[in-house]
Each structure stands twice: as C-alpha cells, then as structure tokens.
Design a protein around this ligand. Sequence first.
Ligand SMILES: Nc1ncnc2c1ncn2[C@@H]1O[C@H](COP(=O)(O)OP(=O)(O)OP(=O)(O)O)[C@@H](O)[C@H]1O
Length: 244
Amino acid sequence: MIETFRLTKRHRVLTAVEDLSFTAPDGQVTGFVGPNGSGKTSTMRIVVGLDRPTSGCATIDGRPSREHRSPQRVVGVVLDARGAPGGMTARGHLRWLAAAGRIPDRRADELLEEVGLAPAASRRIAALSLGMRQRLAIAATLLGDPGTLILDEPVNGLDPDGVRWVRHLVRRLAAEGRCVLVSSHLMAEMQQTADRVVVIGAGRLLGQFDIGDLEHGTSLEDAYLNLTAGAAEYRAAVTGRKRR
Ligand SMILES: Nc1ncnc2c1ncn2[C@@H]1O[C@H](COP(=O)(O)OP(=O)(O)OP(=O)(O)O)[C@@H](O)[C@H]1O
C-alpha cells in the first residue's frame, strides 16, 4: 500500500506538491490524474525515494521507500521509458538490472517473453520503438516481483494493441494483490483500467473516489474536468467560428 501524509515539495519559489495525503491500496489499480504540471511525477519520485519531501511523508507498506532493504522486490517503477541505455540490448539491459538485484538471469528472459519482446531481445534499445521501450520498462519493473507498481503514463505513445495490453497487465497485477499506481491523461482509458482515482491540481488533492461511485451517466472525464476546473495551469480557450 502507498500512503502519503501531508506531503509537500518545494523547489525554490515553486511548490510542486502541497499538503497531499492519499492512499493507494493493495489489490487495486489507483489512477493518479491531474493537469500538466500538477505534481504527479514529483509525488511519484518522492514515493520511490528519488527525491526527498520538503515536509510530510510517503510510505510503501508502512515505510519510506529508502528504508526497505531490497527495493527492487518491494516496488517497481516506470518514470521515463526513454531512460534506458540506448547502447545495450533489451536482454542485456534486463539481465544487468537482474544482476544488480541478485535476481536470476532466467527471470529477465521470462519477462521478455511475457511483455512480447522476445523477438527483439537482441536489438539495441536505441533501435526500439517507443512502444517497445515502454514494454521493456514495464518488464524491468517486474524483475523483482514487487508488491507495488508505480507507472507514470505507461500508455504514452502506445498503439491500441499496446494500450489494451497495459490495461490487462495492470488489472492482472492488481488482481494478484499488488498495489498499482498509474498516472495518465487519458480519462476514458483510466475509467476502464482503474478501481479508484486520486485527482490532484496545482500540487493539492482535489478528490479521491472509487470509479464505481461515479454518478450514473457521469464519465470520469466529466468528474475530472469539474474537479480541475480551477486548477489547470494551462487550458486552451474553446475556439472555432460557427459556420453561417
Ligand atoms: N526539479 C525541479 N525544479 C523545479 N521545478 C520542478 C522540478 N521538478 C518539477 N518541477 C515543477 O513542479 C511542477 C510539477 O511538475 P510534475 O512534473 O510533478 O507535474 P506532472 O503532474 O507530472 O506534469 P505532466 O502531466 O505534465 O507530466 C511543475 O510546475 C514543474 O515545472
């Protein structure tokens, strides 16, 4: 389970996250949504221990991420699928990560098969498409068989087949009892994927609710746009002339 309590992150004059408390339970997919620049990635970075909060705290299974002894076995994270080293092969990269976590090589090969990358295992990462890199990044998160998954916009750049694959994968991972926190800007997709949603705007919590609690006839997109109406840093005016 992921919990944040009064989490705040300031960068000099800018406050990226402010007084944010939310829960992402085990056995569920929790959608993490908010306008561009609302603090989703900043929050995820703190949860996995890549950044320190200015105040407040974030825990995974009751402890800050840095206090877990074998982090790879506790949490898997995809923050930027383009971050993998382009000169390595897909298999080499996964095996290298496995070795770092004292995980057997065969787990890397199993995961290449599971994410559909076995035919591309010997290709250099630089030569993989964005969708293939997303699959590789997801394979890397699963190496240590962690109980918590944090995926920042995992369907970004994926074709419809890839989007459906991610949806089924995260649903299965949650059904196995894992805590899955997924950010996305695609509300229709999130409505199909998530059990519950945490909505933030300008670093603050705007709402958290179960998808099943949406009023009949209200889409997640409607609820999201209502909640974030005053919190979007950028929202284009609705333009276009009526035809005479
Ligand atoms: N290292 C940093 N230094 C200064 N400001 C930062 C830093 N990291 C993030 N920010 C700022 O914090 C705010 C929140 O950014 P963040 O990337 O967390 O938002 P986000 O919700 O993930 O956005 P998006 O949906 O566009 O990916 C933004 O205004 C961003 O410019």
